[in-house]
Design a protein around this ligand. Sequence first.
Ligand code: DX5
Ligand code: ZN
Length: 226
Amino acid sequence: MTVELAPSILSANFARLGEEAKAALDGGGTVLHVDVMDGHFVPNITVGPLVVKSLRKTLPDATLDCHLMIEKPDDYIPAFAEAGASWISVHQEACVHLHRTLQLIESHGCKPAVVLNPATPVHMLDEVLDTVHHVLVMSVNPGFGAQQFIRGALHKIKTLAEVRDSLGLSFRIEVDGGIALDTVADVVRAGAELLVAGNAVFGHGNIRENAAKLLAAARSAALVRT
Ligand code: DX5
Ligand code: ZN
């Protein structure tokens, strides 16, 4: 499967969001990752459907990957779909009726996905792996950008890739948190294909060049993936 870069706007300058998002896509990003935080599920607050709607207006063809770090996601899924989300991911830890929530996302025309916090084992998803577009493995505790990569994510990515092969499934594997030039090769070799990066793309220097360099490093690691 192709390795793709998903720049996370969490580290962008929100006063220049459209322009910075475009620069990240010009640098080779193919998916724009939108971190939605409610101040309850995670100790931070970010953006909601209004910002997704603005991004959709400015970038009509972009794949908008909405990562919901919120309680009661069912209450907001219709609004994110209406605003123009392409993919919607919910946390396993936030969903009592995870299967129903994934069906709700699909019924609103978006690709459903599920996210695992660092402390949640992969087998919690055994019964929904055949219904998701992708699984997002958190490699930091969610809530903030620019945190240190948690290496325990690597074995979870490997396990997911093995389970996918053994069951003949087709979900994609995304990783989020601490992805930069010094960690990207390890996550790609472990089997991740959708690489979320916030600070490494938007945090400093030239956004387009940062994205291009990170994607190049990921693609060269993919060539030697065993
Ligand atoms: C963290 C968010 C991430 C965040 C990653 O809660 O889900 O998407 O933007 O940031 P970096 O790439 O800076 O670790
Ligand atoms: Zn995220």
